[in-house]
Design a protein. Structure first.
Ligand SMILES: [Cu+2]
Length: 116
C-alpha cells in the first residue's frame, strides 16, 4: 500500500511537471520577436530606448529605456555596463535597440546595441 501511494505521488508529480514545461515551450514561438533566436536564448532580453551618454573609462552607457516587459522593468533612465562595440556615429538622442544578458547571474549588461 505504501509503495502504491508513492508511485501514485510520483506519477502526479511527473504529469504535473510535463504540461508546465510544455506550456513554457509552446509559448516561445507565439512570442512576436523580430529575430527568433532572441526568444530561444532565454537569458537575453530586448530593449528599446534613447541613447543618452557613454562613459568609456567605466565601459558604461546611459540609456532612457522603454519598459522591458520580459523583465518586468518600467521605463527609466539608467547606466548599463556595455559588453561590445557601440554603433558607428552613435550620438546622444539616437534611438537604439539593445540586448541584455545577465552576467554571473546578477547584473544585466548590454551585449549588443544598434541604431534603431
Ligand atoms: Cu532600467
Amino acid at each position: 500500500m505504501k509503495t502504491d501511494y508513492l508511485s501514485l505521488t510520483l506519477m502526479i508529480a511527473m504529469t504535473a511537471t510535463v504540461p508546465m514545461a510544455g506550456t513554457a515551450y509552446a509559448a516561445t514561438p507565439s512570442h512576436n520577436h523580430e529575430e527568433a533566436q532572441h526568444a530561444q536564448a532565454q537569458t537575453k532580453h530586448e530593449g528599446y530606448g534613447v541613447f543618452k551618454a557613454v562613459n568609456t573609462e567605466a565601459g558604461k552607457v546611459q540609456i532612457a529605456h522603454q519598459p522591458i516587459d520580459s523583465l518586468g522593468w518600467p521605463a527609466m533612465t539608467m547606466w548599463f555596463a556595455l559588453r561590445g562595440p557601440l554603433p558607428q556615429g552613435l550620438k546622444a538622442g539616437d534611438a537604439v535597440r539593445f540586448e541584455l544578458a545577465q552576467e554571473n547571474g546578477k547584473q544585466w549588461v548590454i551585449v549588443a546595441i544598434k541604431l534603431k
